[in-house]
Structures are given as C-alpha cells and as structure tokens.
Design a protein around this ligand. Structure first.
Ligand code: XIL
Length: 381
C-alpha cells in the first residue's frame, strides 16, 4: 500500500472526488436505478437498516437515503449543543429545527427514528454545568437533565422509538469515565446500587417521559475485554431496576478488525441479559487505529478487504437477528437494528477524526454515491 503525506493526499483526494463526480453521467444518489437493490428491502425480514443524517445530507443524499434505509438517526441534531444553541439563555431555551427536519423526513418516507443521544460528555455546552458562582450544583445539573430529557421524549413520543439515553459512560479500562462533566456533577452512587446517579437518573427520567420508548446504553469498544465486562455489569444493574431495554454497540471499526466472531460473542452476551442489541454507528475505517498516514484514493485491495469484512459482519448480524432459521430465533434479546454512521463516503465524520482533513472511505457507497464492493457484499449472500 502506498502512503503519501497528508496535505498532498488531501489535494489529490479532492481532485479524485471531483473527477469521480464529473465522470459519472448520473446525478448523485441516482443509484436508485433498477440495478441497485434496496438494502432496506433486502433486510426486511432481519432488521431495519439505518443511517445517521443531518439536515444537509437529507438534501445531498436524499435519493440514496429514500431508497436504501428505513431508519434514521440524527448525527448531531439531537445533541445538547444543537438543541440548546443559545449561549447565556440555555439550557432553558430549545431549538428543534434540525431534529424536526429529520423526524419529518423519516415520517414522509415511512422510516423509524432512533434518538441520539441524551447524556454524553461531548457536544454539551459548558453552561449546563455552571451556576451563578462557579460550578452548578448536583441538583441543578440533574434538574436541567430532567428538563432536557422530558422535553425531547415528550415532543417526539410515537416518532422516536428508541433512545441512546447514556452514551460512552465507561472508560477504555472498564472504569467510569470520571472526566465527564456529568460524572463530575452527579457521579456519586448515593443509593449504593452500583450505578452512578447521573446514569440512573437519566434512564429514570426517560422512562417517565415516554414509557413506550426503548431505552439503550450506547458505547464503543464494548465488544471485548474489561469494557465489555463493565458494560455487562452496568446493564445488569439497570435491568434489575427495569430501566434499560437495549445495548448499542457503536461499531466504529476498521477493515482490519475486530473479527466477526468477537462481535457475535458480544451480541450473545448482551442478548443473554434480555437486551435488544443494535449496531448503532457502523463504519469501517480503511486505516488501522493509530495509523495517521493518508491515501489519495481507496486502493482496490483495501476496497476488497472492506467488502470481506462487511460480508463477515453481516453474516453474523443476519444470524443474530432472530429471523426464522437463525441461531437466535425465538430467544429473548437479539440484534434488532444496524445503523451506519452515514450512507456514502461523500459525508463521513472519519474525514475529520482521528486525523483532521484526512480522507477516509468507511461506508457502502462511494463519494459519487455509487455502490462499492462493500455494498454488494452486504446486499448479496
Ligand atoms: C460524531 C459526529 O459524527 C460528528 O459530526 C461530530 O463532530 C462529533 O460526533 N460516537 C458517537 C457519535 O456517539 O455521536 C459521534 O458522532 C461519533 C462517535
């Protein structure tokens, strides 16, 4: 594999994607032509196929979304910083414009909506944790959290069927994420049930606000090791109180791993606790974690490797769906959804993470919104 310096790669990447776009005779999103099947239809008997969107991609990727997925999640527009954008006046002021647009698009196309995310340490304005004189009190922070959760779940009752109530509360070594401002404000475990108060309260507020919504704990790297054990412990404790229905395994993986067997074991572990399991943010980076080099375009060998990895994962996903004939058919708790963190490589957060400005190609459709080998691996089995 040939590596080139990142600035050059970026320039080349832009040129390549322009060329791609110009050479295509169809408009972006025109892959809803008869030759490209709909994943949502193909996976009807297994689970909904979802994509993360924002108000811009509802326009730039409209055709692709409308034909390929039957579930949406807001990539950013239901997070605190979008819902409470006004400094000084928040958190009591709300702005639902982006979230409403996404929910309306879903309704117009008969799609379901996942809610993401109510309590996370990122993308939440600092003022939520500030009082008149220094840090806000525990009570104030929990009151603001309650107001936020109750308002969102009430507004979207019947339209958002599940919520990632708490996101990424665990650190990679299996401890609590103690540097979260939520933990700092209300991370004690006052009733000694093993659950930090802010986590327990978030689930309680969500349950109260919309008893019909499915409540998820969502995190990354919870498919193995100490973090898996910690997630199992947390979910068990929440389940004993009737506060959690599902676990979201984010699925920000790479074309080099983890292997599908590891994912299968994790799904079965959570399912054995009575949890629904969903893959909530699937994308497969073409770079190994820690490799900060760049590529001008996606080399065919990596595109093939990506297809093979998607193929192996979706074999497990179909099997774990509980569809008739699968290994978990009829058992409680199972894989009930797969959501991609985007739909085509023209819009992916991995272009800015973990290396700002480095092009990545993690999704099933290319920068011109045409199907990649990875798409065919998922669509044909
Ligand atoms: C990411 C978005 O994709 C970016 O646009 C934003 O700048 C940062 O957040 N885990 C999550 C998601 O739970 O909310 C994150 O989304 C990706 C990692």
């Amino acid at each position: 594999m040939k590596r080139i310096p990142s600035v050059l790669a970026l320039l080349l990447g832009v040129c390549v994607s322009r060329l791609d776009a110009q050479s295509g005779s169809q408009a972006p999103g025109a892959s809803n032509d008869a030759a490209v099947p709909s994943l949502a239809s193909l996976y009807q008997r297994f689970f909904p196929i979802g994509a993360a969107v924002d108000p811009q991609t509802l326009v730039t990727q409209e055709n692709l979304l409308a034909t390929q997925v039957n579930s949406l999640v807001a990539e950013n527009d239901m997070k605190w910083e979008r819902i409470h954008p006004r400094r000084g006046n928040a958190p009591s002021s709300y702005n639902f414009s982006g979230a409403d647009a996404i929910v309306a698009f879903a309704r117009a196309h008969g799609m379901r909506v996942r809610g993401h995310t109510l309590v996370w340490h990122r993308q939440v304005p600092g003022m939520v944790f500030r009082g008149d004189k220094g840090p806000a009190t525990r009570t104030d922070v929990l009151d603001r959290m309650k107001d936020h959760i109750t308002t969102l779940l009430t507004r979207y009752k019947g339209q958002v069927y599940c919520w990632d109530v708490v996101n990424e509360a665990l650190s990679d070594d299996g401890g609590w994420r103690t540097d979260s401002p939520w933990f700092e404000a209300a991370g004690a475990d006052e009733n000694g049930d093993g659950i930090p108060d802010y986590i327990e309260k978030a689930f309680e507020f969500a349950r109260q606000a919309d008893p019909s919504a499915l409540l998820f704990y969502n995190d990354y790297n919870i498919e193995s090791g100490a973090k898996l054990e910690a997630a199992v412990k947390l979910v068990k404790a929440l389940k004993e109180k009737g506060l959690v229905d599902g676990v979201g395994i984010q699925g920000h993986w790479s074309i080099f791993g983890p292997d599908a067997g590891t994912i299968r074991d994790a799904i079965e572990r959570f399912a054995s606790l009575g949890m629904q399991v969903q893959i909530t943010e699937l994308d497969l980076s073409v770079f190994v974690w820690g490799d900060n080099s760049s590529l001008a375009a996606l080399p065919p060998d990596l595109a093939r490797r990506q297809a093979a990895q998607y193929d192996a994962l979706f074999k497990v996903f179909r099997d774990e769906s509980g569809a008739p004939g699968s290994s978990r058919a009829g058992q409680p708790g199972r894989l009930t959804g797969v959501t991609f963190w985007g739909i085509a490589d023209d819009h992916t957060w991995l272009d800015s993470f973990p290396v700002a400005g480095r092009k990545n190609w993690p999704l099933l459709f290319d920068t011109s919104q045409k199907p990649k080998p990875a798409f065919w691996a998922v669509a044909k089995w």
